[in-house]
Every structure is written in C-alpha cells, then in structure tokens.
Design a protein. Sequence first.
Lengths: 213, 353
Amino acid sequence: MPGDSDASQPQDAELLRRHLDGDPDAFGQLVRRHRDHLWAVALRTLGNADDAADALQDALISAMRHAASFRGDAQLGTWLHRIVVNACLDRLRRRVAHPTTALPADDHHGAAMPLATRDEFDERDTAADVRAALATLSPEQRAAIVLVDIEGYPVEEVAAILEVPSGTVKSRCARGRARLLPLLAHLRGAESGNPARSGGVEPPTTAPREDLR
Amino acid sequence: MNTPHPELERLAALVDAEPETGAGVDTEAGNAANAAAPPDTSDLRAHLAGCAQCAADLAALRALRATLRALPPVPMPDDVAQRLESALRAAAAEGAAAVSPAPDAPAPQPVAAAVSVLPARAASRRGARRGRSSGSPNFSVAAAVAVFMVLGLGVGLAVALSHGGEAKKSTGTSAASGVGSVVMASGTDYTQDTIRSRVADLVLARVPDAHTEYKGLAPLAAGGANAPTLAPAASSAAATSSAPATSSASDKSAATPSPTTASASSPTLSKREAFSGPLGDPARLQACVQALLDQPATPVLVDYAYYAGKPATIIVLKDPANPSTLDVYVEADTADCAKAGDVTFVAFLPNAS
C-alpha cells in the first residue's frame, strides 16, 4: 500500500467519488487502503488498542458522513489522518481533563503486535518503553513525534495533517525528543554500544509516506 | 567552547535537518544535510565542534530518532479491522436508509422535513449552479451528496462544493448588500454540528417575521424543545473533525468545541471586530453573494464570526428556488467566493413543507 504514490491518488479519488455516488462499499475500501497507517498513528498516539479502535471508528464514521466536505486542496490520506489525529488528540485532552481515566499501562497492544522480527524480546521491551515514555509528553508533542519520528511522515505532511506551520511541528518534535531522551537513554546506550546492530536495523516498513502528498 | 551549553531542545531540532536513512550515528551525510539547516544554528555548530558533552547529546538524539523509526510496524489487528468495517457498513446502511431515525436520535421533525425537502432542493441547486460551474463534472455528485448527507446525518448537512466555477462578472442590480440584512459579529465559533441550530436561533431572534416566513426554523433552533442533536458517536467525531485548528494552539484548547458544549451558546473566542475580514467590504460581500447564487441578492443575515475556530463569514441567503428555505454559507476569511471550492460549508435550513 505505501509506495504506490502515483497510483494511489486516482484510486482514492475514484473510491471517494463512488462513495459520494452512493456505493455503500466504496468508503470501506478507501479506509482499507489507509487503515494500517491510520491504526499505527492512533495506537501510538493513544497508547492502547481499545482507545485507538474507538477513536478510529468514531473518526472514520465521521469522515464517511462528512466525505462531501473533503476539499481537493489536501490529499485524501492527509485528510483521513487529520480526522483520526484530531479524534486522538480530543481523547488525550479529555484524559488530561479527567485524570481518573488513568494513562493505560496495560500491555494490550503489545500483545497484539506482530513480533515477527528477529529480536522479539528486545523489540517488545523497546516498544513498551517507548510507549511509556510517549505517555509523558503533551498530546501535541506526542502526535508530532508519532507522525514524524516514528511513522516517518515528512514534516510538511505532518504540518498539513495537524494544520499548523512546519516550524511548529519541528519545535514540538524537538521538545518531545528532548523530553524522551533521558527516559529512553538506556535504549540509546544499547544501540550506540552496538553499532553493528544499529547499522543493521532494517529500514522500517513505515517508509516515508509519499503517497500522502 | 566558551559558549554555554545549548538547550537539549535546540540540539533536538538539529535532528530534523538530517537524513532519516542515516540510522543514527554518523556524520558525513549528517553534516552535509546540516549545511542546509536554518542559519541560526551556526552558533550551535560552533559550540558542538568544541563540546564533547553536547556532541554526545546530539549523537544520543540521533540514536533516539533511529530507535523510534525502527520500531516494528503495527498493522491493524484483524479483529479491529473487522469491527471497523462492519461499523462503517452499518453507518453507510443507516445513511442510505435513514427514513426511520435512529432510536437515540431525537428531533424526528427536522429529519422528516429535511427528507421531504431535500431531493427537490438538491435538484434545484444543481440547476442553479450549473450556469457558473462550467466544466464542473462533479457538481451532480455534490447534489447527490446533499441528499445523502441529510439522510445520513439526520440533521446535519455539510456540503463543500468541491469544484470552482468562475464568478460571473455581471454586476448586481439594485440588491445592495446591506439593505434588509441583519449584520452582526457575534463571536460565535460555529461547527458543523451547531451551525444549523444556531443560525436558526439567530434568524428567529433577529429577522422580523422569520417565524412565519421560514416555518421550518423553529424545530431546528437550539432553544427549541427538540433541538437537533446527532447520535453521540457521530456528534463526538464530527466535532473532532470540524475543529482541526485547535491543536495549533494548546493554550486555546478550552475553545475546542466538544460534543457536550457544542450547543451551548456562550461564545468561546474573543469577538471579531464587526465587518472585519475581506467580506467586511460591502462590495466584496455583494460580489460574493452574486457568485454564490448566480444572481444578486440581499443576505438575510451576515455574521462575521468563526467556523471551526477560524475567522469566517456566515452568510444566510434566501434560497432562490425555494423562498421559505434558507441557505447558509460559510466563507473562510481566506476564501474567494468566486471559487466554489473555497466555500467551506453549506447548510440548508428546510422549510416545514
């Protein structure tokens, strides 16, 4: 799905058109094309699978119902991301406002994560540590870090998703990284102490998203 | 070397300028990319050249970023995918059927009115628009959507006309922009969810004889007993999607329209100066109306307010094809009325049929 940048846009547009024409399956197909990316963003921003699934469902149903308000000045993928990210940020802010809803520490989505790569335990630990560290960031910083540093979207793209200037995205990332660094220093130690591993890490499959632009 | 250590944050910003493929550690490629970084980092570079501690921090930040980028992907689990698909299918079916309102959706009156009115409305809108939307193949789609959206939402209706036609240059005749209009700067931050009820409120309160002239308004008004509300999930999500700008200013997060407060009437943003924005100029406003309707008209009401947190002008026009119906247009202050794509929102306030 990622990578077929030139082909994806007409397909998105065609599916949207069919949806607007009343095709009941078209929007579902449209979502399917983006769902793994949307899921990753929601899961990593919210930190647990239950919230992510709820946010994603709310956001995408809303997107479907408001599909006519999609304006051609953004790519569909960007627009979908925007709606999902906003739904996540809303939830995060509500958590801040109602701290009784504790930041989830459960390992629910850790269990759901496919751990197919070669160093399962390390990766599971790393992912859990990153998740816990991300939970200490403000919602805005978290979204920026997730989109730019984890999912690898270009800063300009993230600026379009968040509807803020690129400079704002960069400063949120910088602040977030500065805050994460001490929390994840032990990971860094492991990595920099083992340059061979660091150099051997496969390029993440969440490659930079040209198909969103 | 003598300079004080820069804040970690400034070092962290340097990482942005570096190529992601450099999975962390070094330096040739990183330095090359950094040459293209904003000029105000020269002091940083000078400091880094002589400060082992900060250089180590920078290396650590690069490694951190590499770690984050190397996290394993998290494809959507099958159970979530299935749940999502069936939810979307159900919502789509609901949108397609929708003659019977959802059990938890109050306001059966407006729904019925909207359903009975809209097909004709959509058709007339299409006809009215065709003249100026030459080469706009999708307009019929937008018209069809108008029907779909009303059915699907129960009450709300959002149609962004996604294709621009050029505005005709013919000047309006006697219909001056201000005459007969109610013009205000309410400071209201409208959203997709609230605009219909709040505009209905405004028109009923401010426009003489609105009760009799636009009989369909009363059931829509938020003050009414059966103020329209969306089903909770849709309402929450819609508020989310219509408030994208709030993330730009965390200090304004209190202004985020939330599902529970969306229908409250207190303005959440400071008042705009009356008549501000490009459409504060009566000639521009008149040209805008001309572009929207293809004919000169006097707005019923103009509110220099906000939409989804951004300055916008709300223009309420009597529908040319159906005089007991009001068309509500939202023009962002940055918008050009002559481009239909810049009309961010259109709602039709149905008559009582």
